[in-house]
Design a protein around this ligand. Structure first.
Ligand code: AMP
Ligand code: MG
Length: 341
């Protein structure tokens, strides 16, 4: 397939919204990561997303909307908790899950009776959805299991020739996927993001956090969110996380670095800004300031892509898994396959 490229400043709207309405696939920037969009009311179009990404069919998609009214046609009803959260956080990186209406095709929800919806905070995304006039089903625009794309180049690498169009909107401001919150029963965070548990609790009171956010699923555990089952964000290289204080973690990393290097493995260290001096002249890149974990997420995806195929092993430190650190540690643990020393 010949993929068309558009600049966000050019007139991408008529062609790209036509492609969406006609059942094609368009990758577009959002404030979180790039999305791979299709008409969310057209089951065949949605199947195209699964095919292009190699995504397992039982992993449901998020519907993106540009206007709050659209939600009323996608959910059975709109609970008060949702209205409060929408007032506080939409447009923005918060996805809400509730019981679906008959209008939503089973391809979007992987046959679940709930559907995930969000309103992105990005002019290009909002214009595209508005002009298409339909909810746009969109997972991240990467090959399944790979790090999410935070730039046009990442999307091009994974999707060129597989989809109809890509809109270049530069780097994503937030750089990590939305927080996913289920409002069925006790509100439960299924995926952490830039909207933290404390921010949500300040609006609707206590929320739960799905246990699979920071640990692998146990065999007999009920899968709240199918996406939690799968390998995710993984580069070719082995990723190993060192726990403990920055000093302890860096000692573990250096010991493993020498052990692996002597057995012929090529290793690189991803360091936080404050730990950088511990690694002296070892090969090391800075992933960011641990006081700003959300910015570290965006760097993580892009560094995993850049170094993941050049090295055998990536060694990095754990950070506090509270507040925004929860989103970072969720992505890092999954990228490593939960390999912590
Ligand atoms: P992505 O499309 O890559 O941003 O991933 C979307 C995430 O939301 C995945 O982890 C999905 O499993 C999850 N998700 C989407 N719809 C639902 C739903 N109806 N119930 C539970 N999780 C969902
Ligand atoms: Mg994804």
């Amino acid at each position: 397939m010949n993929t068309l490229y558009f600049n966000a400043n050019n007139d991408f709207i008529p062609t790209c919204s036509d492609i969406i309405r006609a059942g094609g696939l368009v990758a577009f920037p959002t404030e979180t990561v790039y999305g791979l969009g299709a008409n969310g009311l057209d089951g065949n179009a949605v199947n195209g997303i699964f095919k292009a990404k190699g995504r397992p069919n039982d992993n449901p998609l998020i519907l993106h909307i540009a206007d709050k009214e659209m939600l009323y046609s996608l959910w059975e009803s709109v609970p008060d908790t949702a209205l409060k959260l929408i007032d506080a956080f939409w447009p923005g990186p918060l996805t809400l899950i509730y019981k679906k209406s008959a209008r939503v095709p089973s391809e979007v929800t992987a046959s679940l009776d709930t559907v995930a919806v969000r309103m992105p905070k990005h002019d290009v995304a909002l214009k595209l959805i508005e002009e298409a006039g339909v909810p746009v089903a969109a997972p991240s625009a990467n090959m399944s299991s790979r790090p999410s794309p935070t730039s046009f180049e990442h999307v091009l690498h994974d999707m060129d020739g597989k989809i109809n169009a890509i809109i270049d909107g530069g780097k994503c401001a937030c750089g990590v996927e939305s927080t996913v919150l289920s409002l069925v029963g006790t509100p439960t965070i299924l995926r952490p993001g830039a909207i933290t548990p404390a921010m949500i609790e300040s609006v609707i009171g206590k929320v739960e956090i799905a246990s699979a956010v920071l640990s692998p699923l146990k065999c007999d555990e009920k899968v709240l969110s199918p996406g939690l089952k799968y390998k995710h964000y993984a580069p070719d290289a082995e990723v190993i996380i060192a726990s403990g204080s920055p000093k302890e973690a860096s000692e573990k990393i250096k010991a493993l670095f020498y052990e692996y290097t002597s057995s012929g493995k090529k290793c690189i260290i991803f360091s936080t800004l404050s730990s950088f001096p511990f690694y002296e002249d070892l090969p090391c890149v800075t992933i960011g300031d641990s006081s700003n974990p959300i910015s570290m997420c965006a760097n993580l995806f892009s560094l995993l892509r850049e170094h993941g195929s050049k090295y055998d092993c990536i060694l990095t430190e754990a950070i506090e898994s509270t507040d925004e650190g929860l989103a970072y540690m969720n992505r890092l643990l999954r990228a490593s396959g939960f390999k912590v020393i």
